[in-house]
Each structure stands twice: as C-alpha cells, then as structure tokens.
Design a protein around this ligand. Structure first.
Ligand code: PLP
Length: 456
C-alpha cells in the first residue's frame, strides 16, 4: 500500500490521535520542566535507531520524543528561561500553529491562500498603524529578524540603485549600510550576504545612536550609503536609539531608514512607552518579531514597508510557471522578502490577537517592563550586585562584584543543572555580566529573587 501514509484509515487516526494527545498534554502542561541539553554521546545511546526501513510506529516515535528528545531541549517559554530573548507563546497561538500545519495552507500567494493572507494582513496593518506608518504600508511575516533585516536591506539597496538610474548617477564602488556599534549581529550578517560594507556610528554614553553621529557618517561616505539602521531595543540591553534624530538625519539626505525592532518595538504597544520610540513613524521599513515579545511560537518576523511596491520590485521572482501569479495586481506575500514557498507564519499571532484582544497584549508587555524595573531595584538593594545600566525595556544587565567569566559560567551551569533557571553570561565593553531578558508574563519577582539568592 503506497498510500498508507496519506489515506484516511484507522491507522491514520491512531497516528493523528497519538500526536495530538501529546501536543495537548504538552501545551497544557503545568509546571513544565526547564530541561537541559544532553551530550551527543548520551543522545546516541538513548535515542539512535529511529530511522529504519520499516519505521518504528507513531507510538514508539512519540514516546521517544516525549521521554528522551524533548527533555533534551531547554524550554524557552519556561518562566525561569531568562537568556538571549526567550519565547512565551500564548495558548491560543500554540494551538493555532497546529491548525496551520493541519490545513496545509500555502501563504505565498493571494490566489492560493487569500483567507490566510487576509488574516495576516489584518495583523500587519494593525501593527503598522500602531507604529504610525501611513495607510499604504504593508508587509509580510518572514522567518525571523535576521531574514527580515536582510530582506529590508535588499529592498533599500534596490531602491537606491533605481534612484541612481533615474537620476543618471553612477552607483558607488562599494555600498554602505550605517548602524550603531550596538546594532544586532544580523545587520553585519546581512551586509556580508549582500557584499556591502558596514559603517558603525558611535552611540552616546547611554548606548543610544543619535542623528549627529549618523549625519557625520553620511557626510563621510556621501553617495555610498543606501540605508541607516536604527535599533528599537538592543538585544543586550534593550536600549532604544534616538530614532527621531536618526530619522531627521536620513530624511535630510534622502536615505532609507530601517528600524530593527525585532525585540523591542512591541513595547510601543504600551502607551507610556510610545515617546521612547518617536520617529518610528518615519521608517521606510521596520521589523518586529512576534516570536519574541508578541507571544507567538517560533518563528515569525513582521516585516513592514512604508511603500510595499519597492519591496515587490526588489524581491518578486520571475519564472514562466509563476507568471500566472505575479502578472496580476494580487497581494502575494512571497514577493516582499527573500523566500518563495512560505508558511502562513503570521496566523498563530492573528488567531491569538483575535481571541484575546489587543488590550491583553498591551498589559502583558507592560508587565514585563514593570518586572524588569522591580528586578533592577532588587539588584541595587543587594550588596555585591550592581546594575550595569538602568533598564529601558525588559532586559536587566548586572554584575556580581569580583566574578570572572569563569565564575559566571560555573554559576550558570549549576543553575541549569539544578533546574532553577537558565541565565547565561553576556558581556559589555569587555566586562562579563549577567542578564535577565524577561518576556513571559508567568515570570514573577519571586522567580528572579530566587535566582538572585543563589549569587551569594
Ligand atoms: C534587535 C534584534 N534584531 C534582530 C534579531 C534577529 O532575530 P532572529 O533571531 O529572529 O533572526 C534579534 C534577535 O534577538 C534582535 O534582538
């Protein structure tokens, strides 16, 4: 029977039930363990041999996953996972992610996925309005911030090349993107892929990039800069650049402004935080990652353009078999970034927003900002601990007096081994530091003080 993997049969029902039962258990698990990595050697011993000519069956495969492989994956939405940028998908978003798979939705073209594309666009237009972009703004959910930044910068360079052609100006020998020294590593990565140069403009002592530094860079490299990147919440500290003055500098020279808000731009949904992001409304493109602070599962980046037509011009793939899609005025998400086939990865966020309403989102984000403040006060009050910087969003960076990187690492390893928390060391200006990145509304001040207590 060659169709046994696809046909609806009693066997198929057993397989689907097996997997959905596990997914249900996992999604509704209370007191979920933090878990930890195993060594390749241990995993080889415990879990190899699952790929065979005849298969091991859904029951055994699920058991292998549940009992051996899943516990070897750190739970990124655990309340005590405070490293990198954690995840904290809502129950509605997690559940709907299963629907996206079950429905075999194609999210690349309007013709094939209009309902899904419409729902994704509802979210993108809501976000664009929150960020103050004009009504014509639009975009696409990409895989993640790295690909979102790359796609935006490719559009920016394409627009600069077209402008040069229109004006009869030559392109520079080397194109340049300007960003802060504190910008995310994905900007340098995008530049490497695009074979363009990065010029870093020095941020102020407070870590914020300002317009004067950008103007200096633009004047030093007149005619070569195709985009400036401002960061709406740096990863290490949660610092928001002075986007208004950066925007003024780019507008004065007619240069593309991209705002990388992968982590932090979600904070703009909180009314009192909006002034910190003034100038975002002037962006030519921006990103914010739902899998970070918008409580969606991995992986999704909302990439939004002020003028989506410029992205279409840069990204639409041309092929005879695609003409039927691309030679129309349809809104085809594939054509706005670096991809062709695409999962409708914005749908879990759409479903969750539709389920709970935007107020819940605003409150959950504000909770993280307030908790970071409370954690900072707690750190300041403890002898031997000090803040490296006052938190602006939901990242708290601090030091334990006298500790070396090796001390931090040994403490971090022990914390995970004891299943109390996942807090890895970072560094700033050559100094090893600790960092709480708070995303989950289930993280409490007790979670954090419990961890601080272990710092002795
Ligand atoms: C500011 C910023 N930009 C870009 C990225 C890259 O996003 P992703 O990991 O989704 O590729 C991150 C990731 O943490 C980030 O914090």
């Amino acid at each position: 029977m060659t169709d046994s993997m696809h046909a609806i049969s009693d066997d198929a029902r057993v397989v689907v039930d097996e997997v959905l039962d596990y997914a249900r258990r996992r999604a509704l698990y209370e007191d979920i363990p933090l878990d930890k990595p195993l060594t390749p050697r241990d995993l080889s011993r415990l879990a190899s041999g699952s790929i065979s000519a005849r298969g091991i069956g859904a029951r055994r495969a699920t058991a292998l996953w549940e009992n051996v492989l899943a516990p070897a994956c750190v739970t990124t939405d655990h309340p005590a996972y405070l490293s990198f940028i954690p995840s904290a998908p809502t129950k509605a978003a997690i559940a709907f992610d299963l629907v996206v798979s079950a429905s075999a939705i194609y999210g690349g073209s309007w013709k094939e996925g209009s309902g899904a594309v419409f729902a994704e666009n509802e979210v993108l237009h809501w976000l664009a309005a929150e960020f103050g972009l004009p009504a014509g703004a639009g975009g696409v959910f990409m895989q993640g911030g790295t690909i979102g930044n790359l796609s935006a910068l490719v559009t920016a360079r394409d627009a600069a090349r077209r402008r040069n052609r229109e004006l009869g100006r030559p392109d520079p020998a080397r194109w340049i993107v300007v960003c802060s020294a504190e910008a995310h590593s994905s900007i340098a990565s995008a530049a490497a892929v695009m074979d363009v140069d990065v010029v870093t403009a020095a941020p102020g002592a407070d870590g914020r990039l300002r317009g004067d530094a950008v103007t200096a860079a633009l004047e030093a490299h007149e005619g070569a800069v195709f985009a400036v990147v401002a960061t709406g919440g740096t990863t290490n500290f949660g610092i928001v650049d002075d986007i208004a003055s950066v925007a003024a500098a780019t507008k004065a020279k007619d240069i593309w402004l991209h705002v990388d808000g992968a982590y932090g731009l979600a904070a703009m949904l909180v009314e009192r935080m909006r002034p910190a992001f003034a100038g975002v409304e002037l962006a030519d493109s921006l990103i914010v990652d739902p899998h970070k602070w918008l409580f969606a599962p991995f992986d999704a980046c909302a990439l939004i353009y002020r003028e989506p037509a410029l992205a279409l011009a840069a990204h639409t793939q041309k092929a005879e078999y695609l003409d039927t899609l691309t030679d129309t005025a349809d809104w085809n998400p594939s054509d706005l970034g670096i991809q062709l086939t695409r999962r409708a990865r914005g749908l879990p966020l759409w479903f969750s927003l539709a389920t709970y309403g935007t107020d819940e989102y605003r409150a959950a984000i504000e909770y993280g900002i307030d908790l970071a403040r409370a954690a900072a006060d707690e750190i300041e009050a403890r002898p031997g601990l000090s803040l490296v910087r006052e938190p602006q969003l939901s990242v708290v960076v601090f030091r334990r007096d006298g500790w070396t990187l090796a001390d931090y690492q040994a403490w971090s390893d022990r914390l995970l081994e004891d299943q109390q928390g996942f807090v890895v060391p970072s560094s700033h200006a050559g100094e090893p530091v600790l960092r709480f990145a708070i995303i989950s509304p289930l993280t409490t001040i007790d979670t954090l003080t419990g961890i601080l207590d272990t710092l002795g």
